[in-house]
Design a binder for this molecule. Structure first.
Ligand code: MLT
Length: 270
């Protein structure tokens, strides 16, 4: 077992790919429609520890020979190690929600890797005590007999009103993804997200092009969250995607792909 995360390359080989980090508790399949639109761009999609084809946190800990504390810092370190192992020294890294928390941790711990950053439906602020307590509760439920059923209620929160009303295909796809989420990944990631600090200062230090994007119907991260991140960044495009909720990349993949393409182009400019 290697300490690397599972990674898929799409499009042409390139020393500066666009790296996409998925939301909780999904895996890299959530980017499929976005990647299809970005066919001519070099894109890498990764699975977080415990999700998709990546090793579980316990397997990663065994291969590292030390415990893998649940934290976004550990996740960011695993992303950096995986990218370097794949020959990538610089990348445009974009993450949605939990993926965005990981991108923020990369900005804090591995800024030299970043040629650009995309923060989608996410926030730099730490959790309130109430949210932390809820995460611990869900982690305990997932680790017990409930397993993946612990995250089934998320379906109502992660999709916007438009998707719920008009997109039964999207609703069913996300319902199936939630039902398949691995309980050990759910528990580890909830504990990891609960411990993350406020990372706005990491954005203030970044000098690379940035994208901040949110679905207009996102009930999980607010316009204020997006504006706070945009205000901390020097070279930023702020995009609000109509008719999308928290999973903007699944609900409106063409608009999200177009915004990611613009970010990648800005990062290529000399
Ligand atoms: C996600 O979509 O990754 C989650 O909503 C993140 C969170 O629970 O804060």
């Amino acid at each position: 077992m290697s300490a690397r995360l599972s990674l898929t390359r799409h499009g042409p080989d390139d020393p500066m790919p666009l790296v996409l980090l998925h939301a909780f508790p999904l895996d890299r399949r959530m980017w499929d429609d976005v990647v299809a639109d970005l066919g001519d761009l070099p894109v890498l999609t990764l699975d977080a520890a415990g999700f998709g084809d990546s090793p579980s946190p316990r397997e990663l800990a065994e291969s590292l020979g030390r415990p893998l504390k649940p934290s976004l810092s550990s996740y960011a370190d695993a992303v950096a190690l995986t990218l370097r192992d794949a020959g990538v020294d610089r990348a445009v890294v974009a993450g949605l929600s939990m993926g965005g928390y990981a991108a923020l941790a990369l900005a804090e711990r591995h800024a030299e890797l970043l040629a650009g950053i995309g923060l989608l439906d996410t926030r730099a602020a730490a959790d309130s005590d109430t949210v932390r307590a809820h995460r611990t509760h869900v982690a305990e439920q997932a680790a017990g007999p409930m397993g993946a059923r612990a995250v089934a209620p998320m379906l109502d929160q992660v999709l916007g009103a438009t998707s719920h009303a008009e997109r039964p295909d999207v609703v069913e796809k996300v319902r199936a993804w939630l039902a398949e989420a691995p309980p050990s990944g759910i528990a580890w990631a909830q504990r990891a997200m609960a411990t993350r600090p406020d990372r706005l200062a990491a954005l203030e230090r970044l000098e690379v092009p940035a994208l901040v994007l949110r679905g207009a119907e996102d009930a999980q991260s607010s316009q204020e969250d997006a504006e706070a991140m945009a205000a901390a960044l020097r070279d930023v495009e702020l995009v609000v995607v109509p008719r999308a909720g928290h999973l903007s990349a699944v609900e409106q993949p063409h608009e999200v792909a177009a915004a990611l393409r613009r970010l990648h182009e800005r990062c290529r400019r000399p």
